[in-house]
Design a protein around this ligand. Structure first.
Ligand SMILES: [Zn+2]
Length: 450
């Protein structure tokens, strides 16, 4: 039983959102991680500005550290200017897509079979479209939210925000003046779970925590030499052994508060045993479907070797060999993680962090969480919000440094059979049209009760 819009008159925002998302997707804002080849953010930000200016907003366009890295800000005054502002933030960049792999062109924004198709449909031009739709309606119809709203459209999230949120927080903190709370991506989507009595429940996953991210370079130094001689100090061999030990290591099971709360709620609804001490916790999680890939990744630290580099000729033993390891670390675990890595790589390999972004965790309580609950319950009688931790990262990591309390809440009611997790950075990324309309209704309700 889905909440349908057939019984009510769609608001201006609901009527616009699908077209806005489709048009956003048609801007190719592929972020390659390389300044020379990343494009489109400026043009996309300027288009967002035109959509907001059309209804009377003043907008601020800011480039974050390099030409073309466009960000856009707009403010809407609320009824009580003494309360802290609420920021809604969305990134305009997307990861690249290979058109040959897709059923539709990834930058077509096609609206077909009840979906909007294209790169960014769920990550995260869906929420960007909802933000624009809501912002336009509020301004055009003179709707005054209870507190000031800040709409932020950002560059470079997909490469860690170096030329986006991280730069803005460091160089332009004035743009975030007065903001106490924020909502952004990778939360608010529904996970349908079966109940013991044969009915269903939709859990809306609110992101309250993020693992830390660290890209680590390992370097082994040996002795250069001829490939035909006996040789005990081969940097390639030393490095390969360290990489293999680290890559096959299983870090201990740890259950942070946000994960424990998710497991308790999932257990309550499904009747399954998600006791964190149960020896087959990961097996039971798999019964929830693809969400197990996300939740399972928040039960341990991980260290996945991703790059290897050594040598230049088949018969020359090189002096050094290097690897890069993608590390994802739970809140409070960094020191212990580093100790374990040092033991595993041994004394002949050195390590350095080439990128590191701290973990983040907030509690699932307070007025803003109440507003999320109220909005979901008002629009989905089968809905219940639950907190969870994201194994990846978002711009929230940067905003948290300013003391802003961050949540992932981009509401979408999804069909149970849709493998939502697989759509992120995946082929045939798409978002249901009805989910966008639902999300817009929920977002409006949420803001008006925030
Ligand atoms: Zn994203």
């Amino acid at each position: 039983m889905a909440t349908t819009s057939s019984a009510h008159q769609p608001s201006r925002a609901e009527a616009e959102v699908v077209d806005l998302v489709s048009r956003l997707i048609r801007f190719d804002t592929s972020n390659t991680g390389d300044l020379a080849t990343t494009r489109g953010e400026k043009e996309c930000a300027e288009w967002v500005a035109s959509q907001l200016q059309e209804v009377g907003y003043e907008t601020t366009y800011v480039e974050s550290g390099a030409p073309g890295r466009g960000n856009l800000f707009a403010r809407l005054p609320g009824a009580d200017p003494d309360r802290g502002a609420l920021m809604l933030h969305g990134h305009l960049d997307v990861v690249p897509a290979e058109p040959a792999d897709w059923s539709v062109h990834p930058f077509s924004g096609a609206v077909e079979d009840g979906y909007v198709w294209g790169r960014g449909a769920v990550d995260m031009k869906d929420m960007v479209g909802m933000m624009i739709a809501v912002a336009r309606r509020f301004k055009a119809e003179g709707i005054v939210p209870p507190r000031d709203l800040v709409f932020a459209f950002l560059a470079d999230e997909e490469a860690g925000g170096t030329y986006g949120s991280q730069w803005l927080v460091r160089h332009r903190p004035d743009l975030f003046e007065g903001i106490t709370e924020a909502v952004g991506e990778v939360g608010g989507f529904s996970l349908t779970v079966p109940r013991p009595d044969g009915t269903e429940r939709r859990l809306y996953m609110v992101e309250t925590a993020e693992k830390g991210l660290g890209w680590m370079r390992l370097t082994a130094k040996g002795r250069a030499g001829h490939g035909s001689f006996l040789h005990e100090e081969n940097a390639v061999t030393i490095l390969a052994q360290a990489v293999a030990r680290l890559g096959t290591h299983t870090f201990p099971l740890v259950v942070p508060d946000s994960v424990a709360e998710f497991l308790a709620a999932a257990g309550e609804e499904t009747g399954l045993d998600f006791d964190p001490t149960s020896p087959d916790l990961e097996g039971t999680l798999a019964k929830l479907g693809s969400i197990a890939r996300i939740v399972g990744a928040t039960l341990r630290d991980t260290a996945n070797p991703t790059m290897l580099d050594a040598g230049y000729k088949a018969n020359v033993i090189p002096q050094t060999a290097e690897a890069v390891v993608d590390c994802r670390i739970l809140p409070g675990r960094l020191a212990e993680f580093e100790r374990t890595v040092d033991e595993l790589i041994g004394p002949d390999v050195t390590r350095e962090w080439i990128t590191s972004l701290d973990s983040y965790e907030t509690t699932f309580d307070g007025d803003l969480v109440d507003a999320m609950n109220a909005a979901i319950e008002a629009h989905d009688p089968l809905g219940r919000t639950v907190p969870y931790m994201l194994s990846g990262g978002t711009d929230a990591k940067a905003f948290a440094k300013l003391g802003i309390r961050c949540f992932g809440f981009a509401p979408l009611q999804l069909p149970p059979e849709l493998d939502f997790a697989a759509l992120f950075h995946g082929v045939d990324e798409r978002v249901p049209v009805e989910a966008l309309r639902f999300g817009t209704r929920v977002m409006e309700h949420f803001i008006m009760h925030s």
